[in-house]
Ligand binder design. Structure first.
Ligand code: BDR
Ligand code: CA
Length: 333
């Protein structure tokens, strides 16, 4: 049976786990990636664009437009990159060079174009700071009603932060943007299934990839040590695992962004709870924290479905069964 392909627009700050999320989407028979927005975060936005081009080259995908986003946060800051992804964002991996060109419109406009081109059908996935999505919402306030679904990797809803004690990276990088995005769904009358699905650290830290998972992936790809996609995945992930090890998590790689990508294609992969979320913008210790009103004390309607449960075994089986054969096909051609 031929899978129906859902249009997917993805906003990334590529980044090892963003790269794995992109590869997952490109490998998925039920997804058609219609555009990639590049956002500065894990590395500067120029490097994010280069990484996205290199990954498309590696996966021999020719028809996916890549846009460049703002080089500043909404508050005008140009922030430092994340150490866990390496200076170029892909750890020890080398991506093929590319002569591709960026779209002549930016990432915010790309969100708006895609939402109109696929009105009511588009699945949005954001695994980066929310700068460009917030700019898109300023340009097109009806965006929430145009999307079929939005899944965001960001926040820590009942868990500690990974950037400072209470702040997750994507939200803490551009708190004003995250606040604008969450507020946009609060004021728009959208169907319950159109509220954003938030995959925070509570959930994504449970998706801990180990060297055994990588070995299973290589086997599923045909066990050729020279397989170009598997090599990039292994070289990128090894760096990421070393960084996580250095942070005291063990020799694992938390696949934050791939979980969001997988949940975007199949929300049944996680369990969620509806709640109201806002972002702390002024706290001297807590700026960028996601504050969740689990008990309804604010008296505001829920503006999100917060991921509260996931089975990592199901996720990894699916990741390997999609990405392995995709890598094998690339190797064979
Ligand atoms: C998020 O921060 C980034 O470093 C990762 O790519 C992921 O999107 C996890 O907090
Ligand atoms: Ca990311």
């Amino acid at each position: 049976m031929v899978a129906v392909k859902a249009p997917v627009f993805v906003d990334v700050d590529t980044g090892v786990d963003d790269a794995l999320a992109l590869i997952y989407l490109l490998a998925s028979p039920d997804a058609h990636v219609v555009g990639i927005a590049s956002t500065g975060g894990n590395v500067a936005v120029e490097q994010v664009c280069e990484n996205n081009f290199g990954l498309l080259e590696l996966c021999r995908i020719t028809d996916v437009p890549v846009s460049k986003g703002s080089s500043e946060t909404l508050a005008g800051a140009i922030l430092a990159s994340s150490a866990v992804h390496g200076t170029r964002g892909l750890g020890y991996a080398d991506l093929p060079p590319s002569k591709r060109r960026l779209t002549d419109y930016d990432s915010a406009a790309a969100w708006v174009h895609a939402a109109h081109d696929f009105a009511g059908e588009l699945i949005g996935v954001a695994t980066a700071p929310l700068t460009n999505l917030a700019l898109a919402l300023r340009a097109e306030p009806a965006l929430p009603t145009l999307l079929r679904r939005l899944v965001i990797m960001g926040g820590a809803y009942d868990y500690r932060g990974n950037t400072n004690p209470v702040t997750e990276w994507n939200i803490g990088f551009d708190p004003e943007a995250a606040a604008e995005v969450f507020a946009a769904w609060s004021v728009n009358a959208v169907a319950p299934q159109q509220l954003p699905i938030l995959c925070g650290l509570d959930l994504t830290r449970r998706i801990a990839m180990t060297p055994e998972h990588l070995a299973r992936l290589a086997t599923a790809a045909g066990s050729n040590p020279a397989n170009p996609l598997i090599r990039v995945i292994e070289d990128a992930t090894r760096f990421y695992m070393e960084a996580y090890h250095g942070l005291g998590h063990g020799f694992v790689a938390h696949l934050h962004d791939p979980l969001a990508a997988a949940a975007a294609l199949d929300p049944q992969l996680i369990t969620t709870q509806a709640a109201t979320v806002d972002v702390e913008l002024t706290g001297t210790l807590t700026r960028g924290m996601t504050v969740t009103d689990w008990s309804g004390r604010w008296g505001r309607e829920p503006n999100a479905h917060i991921g509260v449960g996931v089975d990592p075994l199901v996720f990894f089986d699916r990741f390997i069964e999609r990405v392995g054969p995709f890598a094998r096909r690339l190797d064979a051609n």
